[in-house]
Write a protein that binds this ligand. Sequence first.
Ligand code: PMP
Length: 406
Amino acid sequence: MLDWEHIFATRSSRMKASEIRELLKLLEQPDIISFAGGIPDPALFPAEEFKTAYADIFSSAQVNSALQYSVSEGYKPLRDWIVEDVAKIGIDCTADNVFITSGSQQALDYLGKLFLSPKDTALVTWPTYLGALSAFNAYEPNYDQLSLNGNRTPEAYRDTASRLGGSVKFAYLSADFSNPTGETIDLAGREKLLELADEMDIAILEDAAYQNLRFDGEPVAPILSLDIARKGGIENTRTIYSGSFSKTLAPGLRVGFVITAMPVIRKLVLMKQAADLHSSTINQIAVEHVASRGFAEQVAKIKRVYSGRRDAMLAALAKYMPKGTTWTKPEGGMFVWITLPEHLDGAELLAKSLATEKVAFVPGKAFYADGSNANTLRVSFSCANDQMIDEGIKRLGRLITNASAN
Ligand code: PMP
């Protein structure tokens, strides 16, 4: 076999499958109760609605344009629909400010490519979305911990970044029901972040993948909407908002979007022309077809099911977790984040769990840019029914209790 390493670009050295991914391959075993996948429940996909959408497209003259190349910015009626939809959460923009991506994951890749030169610093929460770290890693950045309680000064961030040979370019966060913790940044945290970003003259990447999935509690205004209100219009803002239809409609269509000021949009369009020309034309048309005919109902259905599962998971955690273990209480999304007694290691626990208790979760270490906090776990409630949740958390509780005693 060829030794490829010396031919590969240096950036490829940071593209590595984690040990956790290897462990998660074992999930294929049939008797496992899995809280590992961060994926939507396929039973909730609006499959009939998509069947009608594609049938309508194929039985009309639109089929020719649906199967044709299309503009890099994205399908205009879909962008118009997004403009109307986000107006309801205080994002005042035009269709020119909306750029369609192949899933919001593509937005993370493009934004990494657009902002990060090697050695620049990306500020990320500790923990953060693993897929964002994977996307940014290809651009060879450093990471620093984004603190939302104001205990790090701009100088502290700048000094660290310049010591590492670059400058701070953006702060990335998933502000609502985050992956992995399920937590939401409150209004004060969002305002503080905007002040920090203004002081530092950096971009804010607001990942809104779970924004639609609030089950209870008071909605918190998107960072982009607060930025627009402060600056008097989207063109003066520094927040780049990425949204997705993956958690509300279906991830297999790969349709997501970015909303931001025109200078950023223009660069994204050029990047898309170079990378994949445009997102799937027919899928964008189908998403607009389904969203414009019943998005609110679809979202309500998902929230009803997931909130019941969230309740079941919180009830089971309260029932079965030993003393010394704590967890988040999310108001939406798909995840609960568990913190174990400090001496326990989530990856070791997963290996044991797969061998004995047959319950799967994601060890938390992978979500930390510095690989710290091994005593954490992510559990997802999106794909398990109440019975599985009770049984799975019971087994997990037993495992943690036994591991704590050893
Ligand atoms: N951001 C977050 C926080 C996510 O959890 C995910 C999916 N797991 C994505 C972005 C990417 O989603 P998609 O590309 O399907 O829109």
